[in-house]
Design a protein. Structure first.
Length: 328
């Protein structure tokens, strides 16, 4: 074992007097300007300790070290009246410990008309509404959206796949039935009402690694969060997993290319089925391709209720914070 290190080791002058007649004879040393009588064979450290010029103290690991100057006798620390409460992991959806939640945005109503409709994939349609007044939602927020003549939907405003959007626009990625359904009846100039925010899945700067999980049209909400995070926190670690039932519905290639160019290295694509699956698309459910979650992760998951619920369970198993965005 190596000898213990010293803090300000004592300076030792050469021998001042010499020798006794036997090994037990004593000699004189000068330690830090002070004359010390010691037995021959003692080290300078032992001499200084014997004279009380330096005192042993305990290191954090229990290793005895030497501290300059005489030390007072150690005092036993007083017993605690009560054990301090340990830091408990946050529940999924709870604010980060020590970080205050921003005050909620007041619910507001916005009106407008449909100005663009585009089929992104067999199962996803992009609808753009131009509003009379800009929306006040944060990335990841949802809203109650009513297209005139159709049932109200809970949707998350997002951006076009290339990242474009005007400040008075609301862009939606909406799932549709390839066989046809109510979404296919949306038309240009159709009146639309947007009321929100709804939910607590919005982007929150700060915290640990950002893990973003999107199923199908849930990528719309995740795309808004991811793009905002790359601008606001470019150094924050991010991992992204995107899944669809069919590989043909992985419509977000242009968005993912932008994220890669901004430094997001971990992006995983997967699909449950698809005979024409590209080489970079993995097979199987989305939950099978998530990164190993950590307690310090901040997880946002958007999509159908079954996928969102499964990711919430995985996040809760490691006490990671999880913000769900469930789409109709």
């Amino acid at each position: 074992m190596n000898p213990p290190s010293l803090v300000n080791p004592p300076s030792v002058s050469p021998l001042q007097t010499t020798r006794g007649k036997a090994m037990g004879a004593r000699c004189s040393l000068v330690v830090n300007g002070r004359s010390v009588r010691v037995s021959t064979g003692d080290t300078p450290l032992e001499a200084a300790l014997a004279e009380g010029m330096i005192a042993p103290v305990q290191a954090q690991a229990g290793t005895p070290l030497a501290s300059q100057g005489a030390a007072r006798p150690a005092r036993r620390p007083p017993a605690h009246r009560a054990r301090p409460e340990a830091l408990r992991p946050s529940l999924p959806g709870a604010p980060i410990q020590g970080q205050e939640e921003a005050p909620p945005i007041p619910v507001a109503l916005r009106k407008g008309t449909v100005t663009e409709i585009r089929r992104l994939s067999p199962g996803i349609v992009e609808v753009v509404a131009t509003l009379t007044k800009r929306p006040t939602l944060e990335p990841g927020h949802q809203a109650r959206v009513t297209f005139a003549g159709l049932p109200t939907l809970t949707l998350a405003p997002t951006l076009r796949v290339d990242g474009a959007a005007e400040i008075n626009e609301a862009v939606f990625h909406i799932p549709r039935d390839p066989e046809g359904g109510p979404v296919d009846t949306i038309r240009l100039d159709q009146p639309v009402r947007l009321k929100g925010p709804v939910g607590r899945g919005q982007y929150r700067p700060g915290g640990g690694r950002l893990v973003l999980v999107a199923a199908g049209a849930g990528f719309g909400a995740i795309w808004a969060i991811a793009r905002a995070a790359r601008y606001i926190e470019p150094a924050r670690e991010m991992a992204l997993a995107v899944g669809a039932r069919d590989a043909l519905d992985l419509y977000m290639r242009e968005s993912l290319d932008w994220l890669r160019r901004t430094g997001v290295a971990r992006i995983v694509l997967c699909a449950d089925r698809g005979g024409q699956r590209p080489p970079d698309v993995r097979s199987g459910p989305l939950t099978a391709h998530l990164p190993s979650l950590r307690a310090t992760d901040v997880v946002h998951v958007a999509g159908d209720v079954s996928t969102v619920g499964a990711v919430q369970v995985l996040a809760a198993s490691v006490s990671a914070r999880c913000y769900p965005i469930v789409l109709d």
